[in-house]
Write a protein that binds this ligand. Structure first.
Ligand SMILES: O=C(O)CCC(=O)C(=O)O
Ligand SMILES: [Fe+2]
Length: 250
């Protein structure tokens, strides 16, 4: 059981989330007036845990790149002072942008300056990783899932979209690691657009399902401000968990 005492509740905390989506997994920070189909949980993973998740995700991504980039990174890592494991701050695990082979644009133009990969198996040499993935599982129903790791460059961003309707089911869970970025949810009603902006701090988890997943577009902004807090880009990696679209049986 995830001990509530391990959480550092934000001033927005008001409840413990107890639904079929998980029991007492974390403090519900806010649903931003979006009803039960959206929730953002702060401080689900502490700094040490964020580093474990981020290091494992970066390793999966690094393996997808060509020898040239891998070699350049190895030389840089060998010459930089201190070991990665000694970085105090989770952001210290990212190398400068030029050491990654970020893609300029997604095939449909939605994502800009990013690397991504699907993850079917996680590294097994990090003993705490499975405990953290177990914690993440409490945020969604037990169903066949797919992990997707998405690394945005410092100037990367994701334009408004609805996730692929044919490929994925009715919920999406996202872990944010690294730089704070803004999640924007928007929806057209008659002649106006409803917009919700919120900051996704490192170590937080958000859940969008049903009406929010299908009727609202989501985007990750490069910069902006929310309630006076300025966001100015920076590398961010998300671990996205999705359920597969059930195949239609005849
Ligand atoms: O990184 C995120 O939090 C969202 C990613 C996303 O929207 C996507 O991969 O479709
Ligand atoms: Fe998406």
């Amino acid at each position: 059981m995830f001990p509530p005492s391990a959480l550092r509740p934000s001033c927005l905390c008001r409840d413990i989330f107890r639904t079929r989506w998980g029991s007492a997994v974390a403090t519900l920070s806010s649903n931003h007036g979006l009803g039960d189909d959206f929730a953002l949980y702060l401080n689900v993973f502490d700094e040490e845990e964020q580093k474990i998740l981020l290091a494992a995700s970066l390793r999966k991504l690094d393996r997808t790149e060509d020898r040239h980039h891998r070699k350049r990174r190895k030389i840089f890592e060998a010459t930089r002072a201190g070991k990665l494991s000694e970085c105090l701050d989770v952001n210290g695990l990212f190398l400068p942008d030029r050491y990654y082979d970020f893609q300029k644009g997604h095939y449909d133009g939605v994502i800009k300056n990013y690397r991504e990969t699907h993850v079917s198996t996680w590294p097994e040499d990090q003993p705490r990783l499975s405990e953290l993935l177990d914690r993440l599982r409490r945020f969604h129903p037990e169903e066949p899932i797919q992990y997707h790791v998405l690394h945005l460059a410092s100037d990367g961003e994701i334009h408004p979209h609805v996730d692929h309707l044919g490929a994925f089911g009715s919920w999406i869970v996202g872990v944010s690691l690294g730089a704070d970025r803004i999640l924007r949810l928007e929806k057209e009603i008659s002649d106006r657009t409803l917009v919700h902006n919120m900051i996704l701090p490192s170590g937080s988890v958000y859940v969008q399902k049903d009406s929010i997943r299908y009727e609202w577009r989501h985007s990750i902004l490069h910069s902006g401000s929310v309630n006076g807090d300025e966001i100015k880009g920076g590398q961010r990696l998300s671990i996205m968990v999705r359920n597969r679209q059930p195949t239609l049986s005849s």
